[in-house]
Structure formats: structure tokens, C-alpha cells
Design a protein around this ligand. Sequence first.
Ligand code: NAP
Length: 241
Amino acid sequence: MSEFKDRVVVITGAASGIGEACADVFRSAGATVIGWDLSGLNNCEPVDVSQWEAVHLAAGKVESQFGKLDVLVNCAGVITPNLPAQDVENDDYTKNFAVNVMGVVHTSKALYSLLCKSDSPAIVNIASQAALVSLPSQTAYSASKGAVTSLTRAMAIDWASVGIRVNAICPGFTATPMAMGQMTPELDAAVSRRVPLGRIFQPIEMAHTVEFLASPKASAVTGVVLPVDGGWTAGEPALPM
Ligand code: NAP
């Protein structure tokens, strides 16, 4: 119940979906949670993670209030419309990279010195199964999430010497506003047929994996990119033979 007692946790994208579920899970485990999100809804501080100055300012408030940070969860993300590669606007690449990649860079850099003051610091990045297997008509999003997995490994190596563990999860289809905005009954049925575990997932299932990676139970785990996708990236569901 109190595994994260006295722990300070920053979660980006905490007003909605997977980030909101992470905030609930860490609060239930005793942590003090600071949510950063565009909107400022759901007890979040309004912070646009694509803007270095805004992130730097918000990190300064964490420093003056708490003097340290134990866990950073980089969950804020965007996805642009489904289009075949030849039709994707250059601006869509800019937008995906500004939030999904530079957001992670900004928060990780701005909060680095505070994480160094923790006795058990951890970063968990929310990438996507789209980083591991291609989703049709999502080149810009997939490329940005691929960059998040590379950043995760690179930061894990650079910061191992100061004890900061850096890991990522790659969620499969999860029932959040982002995914359900594109969901139709036909797509739901098709996704459920394609996922070996046979369904789309709930935000809380992602949050529990994030909690594990951020916890002392994962003290030997760093540089890992963990699919949380019901087996999608492991292979095709069994055929009726
Ligand atoms: P969501 O419900 O849309 O939540 C994303 C949150 O990030 C929203 O509250 C959004 O604010 C916020 N955000 C967007 N741009 C931001 C910015 N520049 N600065 C700060 N906050 C920003 O989506 P979700 O499905 O939970 O997504 C969470 C993460 O999981 C994302 O990184 C996503 O790529 C990843 N993911 C999701 C799935 C899935 O199936 N749901 C699968 C794989 C990976 P606004 O709503 O105000 O824009």
C-alpha cells in the first residue's frame, strides 16, 4: 500500500488516459504526484512539454517545493491523422516529434538534477507498440515512438552511473480518449482478433506495469523496452488447426 510513501512522482499527460491511471496508481501507493498536462484539468499543472521554457519553469517549482524527484513518467503524447506515407504533412512529423520525443528530452533534462537527489530514481517512458511493429498509415507517430525507445536505452546508459534507471513500455491498443477517438465496432473486433490475448487493454493495466518498473522491485532493470500488448509483437494468434 505504501511502497511509494515519501516518494515524489512527476507524470506528464496526467489529465487523461494512461497518465491519469498512473496518477491514481502512484497516489494509491502513497506517492505525492505532480501531474503536468496541456489542459491543467484533473489537478494537473498546465505545462506544455514541447516547450523547454515551460518545462524548465515547472521543474523549478518541484525543486523549491520538494528538493528532489524520485520518479518521472513521460506519458504526454499526440497522434496525427491516419494517412499513407506519401500524404503525411511535414508538419505532422514536426508535431509528433515536438511532443512525443522532445517532450521526453525536455522533462528528463530539466528534472535530471532533482532525480540525482533521490536514493532510488527512475524514469518510465510511454512509447508504443508502433515503435516495434508498423501500424499502417502512422509513419510520423511510429517514427517518433521509435525515437523514444532509442532515447530510453541511450539515457539508461548515460545515467546508470548516477543510479537513474530508465525504461519504457510499449502499450498495445488501450481504451483511452486517444485510441477510442479512432475506434469503431469493426476496428475493435479486428484488433481483438489480432491480439493473442483477444482484447484491447485498460489504462490501469499500463499503469500497473509502469508502477512496477518505477518501484524498487525493478531495481536491476534499466534500458528495457517492454511491450504491454497482449502478445501482439510476439506473433500472430494461434490458427484453428
Ligand atoms: P490521452 O488520453 O489522449 O492522454 C494524453 C495526454 O497527453 C492528454 O491529456 C493530452 O492533453 C496530453 N498532452 C498532449 N500534448 C501535450 C503536451 N504538449 N504537453 C503536455 N501534455 C500533453 O492518450 P493516452 O492513450 O492515454 O496516451 C498516453 C501515452 O500512451 C501517449 O504517449 C501515447 O502515445 C501512448 N500510447 C497510447 C496507446 C493507446 O492505445 N491508447 C497505445 C500506445 C501508446 P490534451 O488532451 O489536452 O491534448
